[in-house]
Design a protein around this ligand. Structure first.
Ligand code: DX5
Ligand code: ZN
Length: 220
């Protein structure tokens, strides 16, 4: 079996018990903590910002996987790097000069990720695929946790996996949106190796420990 990572999405956790939720995520054996930053402009929702990211860093050793769903991310890269983001992922739709943005993220000492909305074709990533550390494929329209997985995105993951393999890239191929114990194996089979989970992780009847376990065990 190929190695794969689980990245619970903190916006689906109970913020009144944030430190406990993070500790439970860590002891559940999660690999990264996914952080959905939304600005109410690029997406309709407003969620968390750099202060929140930095506070989480103080209570965990898990790598922080920061997904920027914001307009003009270039303006905020340094702020999120200072907030101790480990990975910073930007949307191709928000970056007029994607190559420069990726280079800037790396120069700040972070892993550089790129992502795309469901309606954006995989070819939009071609120029940066050789240099990114991570590609994130959205399997819902970004904006909310708890949406239904779009099976049309399976083909997109397969297409990007083939391109990464052709480049001999070691970049992580991450998927985000509607990932459950049922949909994870579909994406794993076509080459995804990092799985973001909001509801499936934090809203599991046995809490995040049960959620992470179910996701981990979904691939035989
Ligand atoms: C969607 C976010 C996701 C979301 C995932 O805009 O990027 O990370 O929190 O939540 P689920 O797994 O519940 O779809
Ligand atoms: Zn996300």
């Amino acid at each position: 079996m190929n190695k794969f990572l689980i990245a619970p999405s903190i916006i689906a956790s109970d913020f009144t018990r944030l430190a406990d939720e993070i500790a439970a995520t860590e002891s559940a054996g999660a690999d990264w903590l996914h952080m959905d930053v939304m600005d109410g402009h690029f997406v309709p929702t407003i969620t968390i910002g750099p202060l929140f990211v930095e506070a989480c860093k103080r209570v965990t050793k898990l790598p922080l996987d920061v997904h920027l769903m914001i307009s003009n991310p270039d303006q905020y890269l340094e702020v999120f790097a200072k907030a101790c983001a480990n990975n910073i992922t930007v949307h191709v739709e928000t970056c007029p000069n994607l190559l420069e943005t990726i280079a800037k993220i790396k120069s700040l000492g972070c892993k550089a990720g790129v992502t795309l909305n469901p309606l954006t074709p995989a070819s939009a990533l071609d120029e940066v695929l050789p240099i990114v550390d991570l590609v994130l494929v959205m399997s819902v329209t970004p904006g909310y946790s708890g949406q239904v997985f779009m099976p049309e995105m399976i083909g997109k993951v397969e297409e990007i996996r083939n391109k990464l393999n052709a480049l001999r890239s070691q970049a992580w191929l991450e998927v985000d949106g509607g990932i459950t114990a049922d949909t994870l194996p579909l994406m794993y089979k076509v080459g995804a190796n990092v799985f973001v989970a909001g509801n499936a992780a934090f809203k599991h009847p046995q809490g995040v420990a049960g959620g992470v376990r179910a996701l981990r065990e979904s691939v035989a």
